[in-house]
Write a protein that binds this ligand. Structure first.
Ligand SMILES: Nc1ncnc2c1ncn2[C@@H]1O[C@H](COP(=O)(O)OP(=O)(O)O)[C@@H](O)[C@H]1O
Ligand SMILES: [Mg+2]
Length: 509
């Protein structure tokens, strides 16, 4: 069952980021609306309050000025102006009284009210006297009292304005604090969103890319023929399902490969007996034991003999490969001299080389190394390498065989693993070079796989099974050696194989 599927994870990631953004937006909206309220209260209450306070002061000064002018000039115009300013003062005071919000300001307003009343009552006395055209007696106590009342009144108005201004300043400061706080919190939320986004993107991309990389490597391994390779499925999402499907595909491939191998093996076995009978019958006919034959019959029989021989070789190769793949290849290891095996193989093939006008040269080593090996199998490798060299070398060419001892650290690791036989000090290296058609570098590994032949069709349609090098590779690897090919500087290619020569016995156990 698929769990924690990818789309759920993607949805979760995007939802989380969207939530961060939503939280930030709500917070900012809430803060802005609060700031709006504060601004509105400043615009609606505080600023008109201060304005009225200032005008209150102006109208008081106007009252005092007009009162004095009236007392001096006895001109009723000043009295009217005084009255007008008095009403204006009282209106403004009423406004202030209605819009006052706290106790401190309320006290000031009440004080102003009381003091203004006092001032008016003091003033009215003088006005009445002047109106009756009486001389106002000079009374310093009365003058001082009036002056004191006026001073107290102006002070109260000033303190009321100051209190409102202080409140305004506090609100502006609050503005700044809210602005600073909102910026800070928005930045923190953005930082969290970015951090979460980055971590989410990293973890999510990794959780997809890593399994894809593993899948890619696994596909490469399968493409290289390692059908036993399996992926470890750890997740239960879509990628995990892909991994399970991949493993099922590999299992199926392996089963099909086994079926194919068994099929080839069965067919080869079943073909071997009738083929032997055909060959024997062919030989009997050729030897004229079954009766006389004419020249053209002889020619035809020679062709059938050659073709049945090729068929037998193909079947033998197929049986070898099936045995190797089934792990049933048996070896008869014994200490033998590698030079003996080379000499035998070279002698057997010399006739074929000479018939193609190819010079076969064997550079004999001056030592006779005894190596633990299976004579027949190493001879099979030599035969295939030499027959290949002859097959792919045009007439007039040359094939050279060399044997040398190489230090373990100087041998390349082509198919054998780096740590394989690390107790081996030195190897015997056999090299067969030719002046043939050569092999493209990109095919140097591929030609050791079964049924792989390179450009043979274009290069003269040379026949073969494509199994020889694959069998040789398995035989050499089973001996603890390695096999590889190099391009010659001039023309052709050189095949090398190594066999362990000097090693520590104790470590080998
Ligand atoms: N000496 C060589 N020169 C050029 N190509 C070679 C040589 N030896 C092998 N090859 C290439 O490697 C392929 C595989 O060789 P092998 O496995 O022996 O199969 P076969 O000889 O049956 O074709 C050959 O078909 C050929 O394309
Ligand atoms: Mg061959």
């Amino acid at each position: 069952m698929i769990e924690n599927s990818l789309w759920k994870r993607i949805l979760f990631g995007y939802l989380a980021i969207a939530l961060f953004m939503l939280a930030m937006s709500f917070y900012l909206i809430f803060r802005l609306s609060y700031l709006n309220k504060v601004t509105e209260s400043v615009m609606r209450a505080d600023i008109p309050f201060i304005e009225n306070g200032e005008k209150l002061m102006d109208s008081l000064l106007e009252q005092v000025r007009n009162e004095k002018k009236y007392l001096i000039t006895n001109d009723n115009a000043f009295l009217d102006l005084f009255d007008k300013k008095k009403r204006e003062f009282l209106d403004r005071l009423k406004f202030l009284e209605e819009s006052v919000t706290d106790r401190e300001k309320e006290t000031f307003v009440n004080q102003i009210k009381e003091l203004h009343k006092k001032y008016l009552s003091m003033v009215s006395k003088g006005i009445i006297l002047v109106g009756n055209e009486e001389i106002i007696p000079h009374d310093t106590r009365y003058e001082d009292e009036k002056k004191k009342t006026l001073d107290q009144l102006t002070e109260s108005i000033n303190r009321l304005i100051l209190a409102t201004q202080t409140e305004l300043i506090k609100k502006v400061e609050l503005f700044q604090i809210i602005g600073y706080k909102s910026t800070k919190i928005s930045l923190i939320i953005i930082l969290f969103a970015v951090l979460f986004g980055a971590i989410f993107a990293y973890v999510f991309t990794r959780s997809i890319c890593l399994p894809i990389k593993i899948l890619k490597e696994a596909t490469e391994r399968i493409a290289q023929g390692d059908l036993d390779y399996r992926i470890e499925v750890t997740s239960r999402d879509e990628i995990g399902a892909l991994g399970t499907a991949f493993n099922q595909m590999c299992k199926k491939l392996k089963e099909m490969d086994q079926m194919k191998t068994e099929f080839v093996s069965n067919i080869s076995h079943n073909l071997k007996t009738p083929l032997t009978a055909i060959r024997e019958a062919n030989d009997l006919l050729l030897e004229k034991i079954a009766g006389p034959i004419n020249k053209s019959q002889m020619k035809l029989l020679a062709i059938t003999k050659e073709e049945t021989l090729r068929l037998t070789m193909l079947i033998n190769d197929l049986l070898d490969i099936s045995r190797i793949e089934a792990g049933l290849m048996r070896y008869n290891f014994q200490y033998s001299n590698i030079q003996d095996i080379i000499r035998k193989s070279a002698d057997e093939i010399r006739f074929l080389a000479e018939s193609k006008n190819i010079h076969l040269r064997w550079v004999k080593a001056d030592f006779m190394p005894q190596i633990l090996l299976d004579r027949d199998k190493i001879a099979q490798v030599m035969d295939n390498l030499l027959s290949n060299a002859i097959k792919f070398t045009p007439s007039g060419g040359m094939i050279k065989i060399r044997v040398s001892e190489v230090e373990s650290q100087n041998t390349p690791h082509f198919f054998a693993g780096q740590n394989r036989l690390n107790n081996v000090h030195s190897f015997i290296r056999v090299s067969i070079s030719d002046t043939g058609i050569g092999i493209p570098v990109e095919c140097h590994r591929k030609i050791f796989d079964k049924f792989q032949q390179v450009n043979n069709k274009e290069k003269g349609g040379i026949k073969g099974t494509g199994l020889g090098l694959s069998i040789a590779k398995h035989i050499i690897l089973d001996h603890g050696g390695d096999i590889w090919v190099e391009n010659n500087k001039g023309k052709g290619s050189t095949f090398h194989f190594t066999l362990p020569y000097r090693y520590d016995y104790a470590l080998n156990c």
